[in-house]
Design a protein around this ligand. Structure first.
Ligand code: F6R
Length: 365
């Protein structure tokens, strides 16, 4: 049951250090990544020319993040698409394609249909799923179990974290198969990954009070914008979805560089803009976008690593993240966004675990 928490969503946010640790431990052997122990029984990288990642909603957002990392480090073409689009067009998919489907429930109708389409064309399918007995688990060629434990709240939190972490595991495993990547780099990535559960635990504790105060402000707003670049853009997408689905406040995510191609017209005095900056390689670019919205009166929140230098006058609120490898820092930056969605919805008085019109498992299209 809820074990003293007011809602399952909050309980599940708090469970993340533990459920993430469970996933990592299931895939580690003698301090190094070993995916064979957790269901992956084939060579998932060597046999393919390209990867298609297909999923819905929050699961799709984990894939969107993975595309940036897998292409960057493994130099294999990766496409990512929502299942309801993929299944109704004619994607170029064949036996040289690895399809990765991501689904907490393992029963999402569109994701299952996309999987069947790809299999019919000869592709192999690797599933990241939380459900061992699901249709998606049964019909896939390879599986990584998410090991997030039961997720009751409709808004996904701990399953998302383990989806992203499963992609991190694939990333490191893939790096091992790339001779140009140094052993030392792989070791460093592995030790950085292992630090995450404890860092998440501390971040939840350290950021909660500040986020409750921000939530009081946000609960009074009609529109909230999220911006980011690279993997941070995908966190913006996830943060906006989480906020809108439980607080019913309109939230939109944009790649920060796209603002001036239209959306900047909507920025006026008092509109909250949340800028995600867990990556240092695009920090300066992101920050200049933040200055642009500030100049138009936006109320800005920057979520970034503690070490960044910036002009404080462009920032109304700041949440600092502990320092970590920028490829993994996304799982830190998502924590304040989950808490923000939760506490804003709480302020708004909404039914957090059961938002209107939504179901936990979408088994019809
Ligand atoms: C949002 C949310 C949904 C699901 C989506 C896919 O918080 O939970 O967007 O992520 O319905 O569900 P699964 O992962 O079960 O395929």
């Amino acid at each position: 049951e809820k074990q003293g928490y007011k809602h399952f969503m909050l309980k599940e946010i708090y469970e993340q250090p533990e459920s993430l640790k469970r996933l990592l431990e299931a895939n580690l052997k003698d301090g190094s990544i070993n995916l064979r122990q957790n269901g992956l029984n084939k060579d998932w990288l060597a046999d393919y020319d390209k990867i298609h990642i297909v999923a819905c909603g929050t699961a799709y957002h984990s894939g969107a993040l993975a595309k940036y990392l897998l292409e960057d480090k493994l130099r294999i073409p990766v496409e990512v698409e929502v299942a309801s689009e993929y299944r109704y067009r004619k994607p170029i998919v064949d036996s040289s394609t690895l399809m990765i489907v991501v689904s907490q429930s393992g029963e999402t109708a569109d994701t299952l249909a996309a999987l069947r389409l790809a299999k019919k064309e000869g592709a192999d399918v690797l599933a990241l799923t939380n459900s061992r007995d699901s249709s998606i688990a049964r019909e896939s060629d390879m599986i990584i179990y998410l090991k997030a434990g039961p997720e009751i709240a409709v808004a996904s939190t701990k399953a998302y974290t383990n989806m992203v972490a499963a992609f991190y595991l694939l990333l490191i495993d893939g790096m091992k198969q790339r001779s140009e990547i140094k052993q030392q780099t792989i070791k460093k990535y592995t030790s950085d990954l292992i630090k995450l559960p404890e860092m998440i635990r501390k971040l939840i504790d350290n950021s909660k009070a500040q986020i409750k105060l921000l939530a009081e402000k946000y609960a009074l707003k009609d529109n909230i914008f999220f911006i980011g670049r690279n993997t941070d853009y995908t966190l913006a997408l996830e943060g906006a979805l989480k906020l809108k689905e439980i607080s019913y406040i309109h939230a939109e995510a944009y790649p920060a560089g796209e603002l001036k191609h239209g959306t900047l017209a909507l920025i006026e005095k008092g509109i909250p803009v949340i800028a995600l900056a867990s990556r240092s390689d695009v920090f300066a670019k992101l920050f200049s976008n933040l200055e642009e919205v500030k100049a138009r009166g936006a109320e800005t929140l920057l979520i970034t690593e503690a070490k960044q230098n910036f002009k404080e006058e462009s920032i109304d609120h700041l949440i600092e993240l502990p320092l970590l490898n920028q490829d993994f820092a996304g799982l830190l930056a998502i924590i304040p966004l989950q808490l923000l969605a939760y506490y804003t919805a709480l302020e708004c008085g909404e039914d957090i675990d059961q938002p209107r019109n939504l179901a936990k498992s979408v088994t019809v299209e």
